[in-house]
Ligand binder design. Structure first.
Ligand SMILES: C[S@@+](CC[C@H](N)C(=O)[O-])C[C@H]1O[C@@H](n2cnc3c(N)ncnc32)[C@H](O)[C@@H]1O
Length: 173
């Protein structure tokens, strides 16, 4: 019997999230276990793998995830991982719409910035969330030419960097 790609994809993701060490997820897992965020915002959903991973923690109650494209791969994965109910996917037309959605929310316990990878886009996402959370994880530090200088600009507001995993973390007191 021919297995559908999506079946393989979902199995792969579930195994990766649950078992395999030395993946970037390990870094995120440590942050989540330390802070136990209830409400998370992810900017940039893509195929929904990180969304599923974030929602899979028992203390996480809600993950709002935004993207300008609906890649549609997330839905089955989220259902299979039994996290669908925790996830609110918001397909946005533009940054104005994104700003509106973020403004509606009072706070987030954790924000993952991994959306538009231009300098302007990264800065905008940061500006939109900076007063709404004490914990921001930036992806693509060291691997994106715009993210790296932006992280440098943030100076000692950045509390931890893992250039090998492309992560930079901002933890506010
Ligand atoms: C690197 S992917 C996100 C990967 C995902 N966070 C993960 O870890 O699996 C970046 C995503 O950001 C989306 N994106 C691009 N511009 C955006 C914008 N202005 N606002 C939100 N998302 C955007 C892209 O469509 C793409 O799906």
């Amino acid at each position: 019997m021919i297995k559908r790609f999506t079946d393989n994809f979902e199995e792969h993701v579930m195994i990766r999230c649950a078992i395999l060490p030395k993946y970037p997820e390990d870094y995120v897992r440590d942050i989540l276990n330390k802070y136990k965020p209830k409400k998370i915002l992810e900017i940039g959903t893509f195929n929904g793998i990180m969304t599923a991973f974030l929602a899979s923690f028992p203390f996480v109650e809600k993950v709002i995830t935004l993207d300008i494209t609906d890649y549609k791969t997330g839905y089955n994965l989220w259902k299979k991982m039994r996290v669908f109910e925790k996830i609110s996917f918001r397909l946005i037309k533009n940054n104005k719409e994104k700003a509106g959605i973020i403004k509606e929310e009072k706070y987030f316990d954790f924000v993952f910035i991994d959306g538009e990878h231009s300098y302007k886009g990264i800065k905008l996402d940061y500006e939109l969330v900076k007063d709404k959370t004490k914990l921001i994880l930036f992806h693509d530090y060291g691997s994106n030419p715009y993210m790296t200088p932006f992280i440098q600009e943030l100076g000692n507001k950045i509390t931890h960097k893992r250039i090998d995993l492309s992560f930079a973390l901002m933890e506010k007191k």
